[in-house]
Ligand binder design. Structure first.
Ligand SMILES: Cc1cc2nc3c(=O)[nH]c(=O)nc-3n(C[C@H](O)[C@H](O)[C@H](O)COP(=O)(O)OP(=O)(O)OC[C@H]3O[C@@H](n4cnc5c(N)ncnc54)[C@H](O)[C@@H]3O)c2cc1C
Length: 406
């Protein structure tokens, strides 16, 4: 193969790690590597709920891309991908067009507001770092206004979180830590604040072990969060929401609804005419699309099935990071003229769900359950391990999580 143009779209968990692996293993003599991202920074989506609650500063969540890539090896372009034309091997960006020989699509997810009336207009979503910062500011603004208006409005200090999946539960855990601080700052009686979680299934965290669910429910409820299961959000208005439970409609005054219940693969993939399932591109075991040998897909845009069970792997940061290993190795093989490619085999260390900065649940080595500080420790070590891979010890020291025992 002549010196190929490798174009990587998106500098999230998948795209950035693929780039970093390729810049280590391919020299400028072997390939031209181009990374495209809509911001000049990478943000860790797995920390967005913390930035949204305000329990960590947003600067800890973002990493300037120029600090972790080598400009002599990688051409980094800040631009927005509008469309991919796989038949022509062209990517249309907002400002320019790029030609590729090998493409990696790592454009992540976007929030979906379903068809619920008013949700798109009045609810907030954790789609990226900007939207997480907006949630933090919105919370603080409403708490600040509460004592500054003639008539105290309960809707300013009622918070509704839609969805009791991973993201919803992690955000609730952070709110449980953050709200007492906001109450102290703005002199509000903590007992007046209501944090309500609405989940349409009969349980939060559907699909995970019941003991872990019970622990999470106890942890959240003991810190004042009201979890309402089998409840569907029906309407979102500027100063209230309506949900339905047991056939009854209930209205809750609130100016803060955070919707965490659904995300989907970036719509650029569907817009570009790729065959999709639930918005994702189904890939082969070597992470290439079914139809194009020169297009790899990674992370939340990829649907890859466990070869034994036929079930899709979940969209997780850790899985995405492991996929980047397979993608980078396979690109290296193609550049070196090899035709046999590696298959994706995840070796997940475990799954951990935080319940605030000092509590968590998780499983490790398949069935070993973890609770409390042990799970918190594992969660933070996984985060630090990722930083180590991206930017070495310097980045871990700068942005790592070390507050493990409180
Ligand atoms: C709040 C939250 C908490 C989570 N917690 C966990 C967790 O604890 N553990 C876990 O394993 N997973 C977690 N996840 C899931 C995990 O973050 C994702 O699975 C992972 O980020 C997927 O990586 P990705 O590379 O596909 O996408 P992303 O990391 O989302 O990166 C996509 C990149 O593409 C860029 N981009 C998007 N559109 C364009 C465009 N048109 N043009 C140019 N650039 C573009 C974005 O700016 C971004 O840099 C969480 C997700 C959220 C939202």
């Amino acid at each position: 193969m002549k010196k190929p143009n490798i174009v990587i779209l998106g500098a999230g968990y998948g795209g950035l790690m693929t780039t970093i692996r390729l810049q280590k293993s391919l020299s400028v003599k072997n390939a031209n590597i181009t990374l495209v991202n809509m911001h000049n920074y990478h943000y860790q989506s797995t920390w967005l709920h913390e930035a949204a609650a305000g329990t960590i500063h947003h600067d800890n969540v973002r990493i300037m891309i120029q600090n972790v890539i080598k400009p002599e090896r990688v051409n980094f372009i800040v631009d927005t991908v509008e469309r991919i034309k796989p038949e022509e091997k062209v990517v249309k960006l907002k400002e320019t067009e790029l030609k590729y020989d090998i493409l990696v699509i790592g454009l992540g997810f976007e929030g979906v507001s379903h068809e619920i009336p008013g949700l798109a207009e009045h609810a907030l979503m954790m789609k990226n770092l900007d939207s997480s910062m907006l949630i933090r500011e919105h919370l603080e603004y409403n708490f600040a206004l509460y004592n500054n208006e003639k008539e105290k409005k309960q809707s300013r200090i009622n918070i509704v979180v839609g969805g009791g999946g991973f993201t919803g539960v992690e955000f609730l855990g952070e709110l449980a830590n953050r709200i007492p601080e906001l109450c102290e700052d703005y002199d509000i009686n903590k007992a007046r604040v209501k944090i309500i979680n609405l989940e349409s299934e009969s349980t939060i965290l559907p699909g995970i072990d019941q003991q872990l669910i019970d622990y999470a429910m106890n942890s959240l409820e003991s810190r004042g969060i009201e979890i309402i299961t089998s409840a569907s959000l029906k309407e979102c208005k500027p100063d209230s929401i309506i949900y339905e439970k047991d056939g009854k409609s209930i209205e809750v005054p609130t100016m803060t609804t955070v919707w965490t219940a659904s995300g989907r693969a970036n719509s650029v993939v569907e817009r570009s005419g790729f065959q999709t399932k639930e918005g994702k591109i189904e890939v082969r075991e070597d992470m290439r699309t079914q139809d194009f040998d020169d297009v790899f897909v990674i992370g939340d845009c990829a649907l890859i099935r466990n070869a034994k069970t036929g079930k899709p792997y979940p969209s997780h940061g850790q899985i995405t990071e492991e996929q980047s290993e397979t993608v980078a190795r396979n690109i290296k093989r193609i550049v070196r003229g090899k035709t046999e490619l590696d298959k994706f085999k995840p070796h997940r260390l475990g799954t951990v769900i935080s319940l605030g900065y000092n509590d968590a649940i998780g499983t490790i080595l398949r069935d070993c359950k973890l609770y409390g500080w042990k799970a918190t420790f594992l969660k933070k070590m996984l985060a630090n391990r990722y930083l180590l891979k991206v930017g070495g010890l310097g980045l871990v020291m700068k942005k790592g999580k070390f507050n493990v025992f409180y």
